[in-house]
Write a protein that binds this ligand. Sequence first.
Ligand code: NAD
Length: 362
Amino acid sequence: MSTVRFATDHPYDVEIEVGALQKLPGLVTGATRVAVIYAEPVSEVALEVSRLVGSASVSVLSVGVPAGEAAKTPQILASCWSALANAGFTRSDLIIGVGGGATTDLAGFVAASWLRGVRYLSVPTTVLAMVDAAVGGKTGIDLPEGKNLVGAFHEPGGVIADLDLLRTLPDREVRSGLAEVIKAGFVRDERIRELVAVSPAGALDVTSARHAELIRRAVQFKADVVATDLRESTSVGSAIGRELLNYGHTMGHAIEAWENYRLRHGEAVALGMIYAAQLSRRLLGLSDEAVSHHRELIGSLGLATSYRRAPFAELRELMGRDKKTRGAALRFVGLRNLGDPAIIAAPSERVLEECYAELAHE
Ligand SMILES: NC(=O)c1ccc[n+]([C@@H]2O[C@H](COP(=O)([O-])OP(=O)(O)OC[C@H]3O[C@@H](n4cnc5c(N)ncnc54)[C@H](O)[C@@H]3O)[C@@H](O)[C@H]2O)c1
C-alpha cells in the first residue's frame, strides 16, 4: 500500500495501489449527492465508482463526457453545469472525475467553478493523469484559441490511483505517461532512472512492481515540488519552484502545437527533454554522457528521440507564445548534472537553433 501526501494548505492523499478504488466510500462522507464525471471509454470504471459511492448511502448522478481532449470545451463544461443545476447540486455535494488527464482537468474545473467551488475527488485512469494531471491542483479547459487557457487552481480532497485501472490502457498511452515519470528521474530522482534503465520492459508493464514504484516516485516528486510552490510563484530569477515540472515542456509544447496534437503530450515532452539536455550541454556544462543517457532511456521506452518535421522558425514562434514565457525572453529548465536543475534564461537565438538541428540526429 502506498500513500503520498500533498502537504499544501489543504493537504490531501494520493492512494496508489491495486484495488485503491475500495477506499472511495470512506472519502465521500458528508456529501448527500455525488456527480461522477467520466470519460466514455472508462464507463465500466465509472459504474464501479458509482456502485462503491452508492454503497455509502449517497445518491449518484452520472455524467458521461467524450474521450480525451474533446471534453475540455466550454460546451461540455456548460453541459456539466446544466446537469448539476438540474439535479439541484449544493455546496455540500461532491464531484468525482474519472478518466485520463483531459477528463480530470474538466471535472476538476467543474468542481472549481460550481457554486464557486465544491469538494472534488479524482480517479485518474492513465499513467499521465496519475503522475501529473490529476495531482497538483491545476484544472481547466481549452478554447479554440489555445489549450488550457481557462482554468483554476482547485485541489482535490483525495486522489485514488488504482493501478488495476491501467490494464486497459493502450501501450502508446503508457509510453507517453512514462515520459513524465522519467522527467522526474532526470531532474531529481536517480532511482527512477535506475528502475527504467535496468528493465524498460518492466517499467512499461503496468502490472509490475517496478511500474508501481515508478508511479509512486513520480507522484512523490510532484508532491514535493507542489508543496513548496502550489501556484508557480517562486520561479523567479534563478530560483526554481513549480517551474521544475516544466523540464522539456518549452520545446515539447511547441512541437505538440505544431503537430496539432497528433503527438501525445509525453511523446512531445520526451523530445523536448532531449532538446533541453542539448541546451544544457551548451550552456550549463551538462556532460555528453548525460545527454546520451537521455536518448537511451527515452528510446528504451519506445519513445522517439529525434525530430525534424517542423521548421525551426515556426517552433521558435510557438515557444515565444507559450503562456509560461515571461515577456520576450525564453526561459528553460536545464540541468548542470542529472538531478541538478538550473534555469537557462534568454539563451541566444543561435544556440536555440543549433540545438534544434542536433535534435534531428538519430
Ligand atoms: N492539470 C495539470 O496539471 C495537467 C498536467 C499535465 C497534463 N494535463 C492535461 O492532461 C491531458 C492529457 O491527459 P492524458 O494523457 O491522460 O489523456 P486523455 O485524458 O486524453 O486520455 C487519453 C485517452 O485514453 C483514454 N483512456 C483513459 N483511461 C483509459 C483506460 N484506463 N483504458 C483505456 N483507455 C483509457 C481516454 O478516454 C483518452 O481517449 C491534457 O488535456 C493535458 O492538458 C493537465
